[in-house]
Unconditional design. Sequence first.
Length: 272
Amino acid sequence: MAEFEAIELLQARIWGTAIGITPGIFLFIIAKEGGVVLLAFEDDKPVGFNYGIIGLTAENQVKLASHQTGVLPGYQDRGLGFDLKLAQREAALARNLNHITWTFDPLQGRNARLNLRKLGAVCDSYIPDLYGDMPDALNKGLPSDRFNVDWWIASAHVAQRLGERSVEPDLDPAAVKVLNKARRVKRGFAPPADAFDWPVGQCCLVEVPADISGLKRQAPDIALAWRLHTRQIFHAVFSQGYTAVDLLHRDGYSYYLLEKDWKTSSLEEKIR
């Protein structure tokens, strides 16, 4: 129980609030009943965690619904979040599961980079203001819009990403269109484009802010404009059959790469 209670303290320290944290006794029950609860240590010090519950898809297929992954600020950018997700994958495979889902803020580029580029998760589902107003330091100030991602953990696509055999694609700018290239400014933060183009072709790019946390602190009105702007875009492109499959960095700017009919055309092959 002391280890489950340690995760309570980690939640409060990582998110900067004691409001809404998951109690240790509930985490104990999740683990006892077949879910996955992981705690990472440096020496004897708890420094990170994740947990997920057994859930069902809309088609009543069993999955692992991952709810939280967190690492203490002083231990971030060391690959610990990646290691926790790999351990979660191994635990799910041991339970004969091939599908893990979770949500994350699509404007948080570091999380997007981990989830899509490094882990090989994909997304074609956008949920506006999923949790309502959130008081923690990371989420406060913007509607809690979320990507709902799928991680097909037994797939060739994921194995390729985890095996570091997938490098960033060298995209032809003339062939892969940026739907919403932001207005460039000499100083300060760039506001979003006034409008966006509809996707055409097999792939497209959607620009997002390179540093949403700094943007929220220094220009909250522009941060909110980006939230509402990208909300419209992702609803539009997902409704047209596109799936977000990567987060790319180009010349100091960040872009989601979306691919047409990624799931419907080849998912069965990808998850074998």
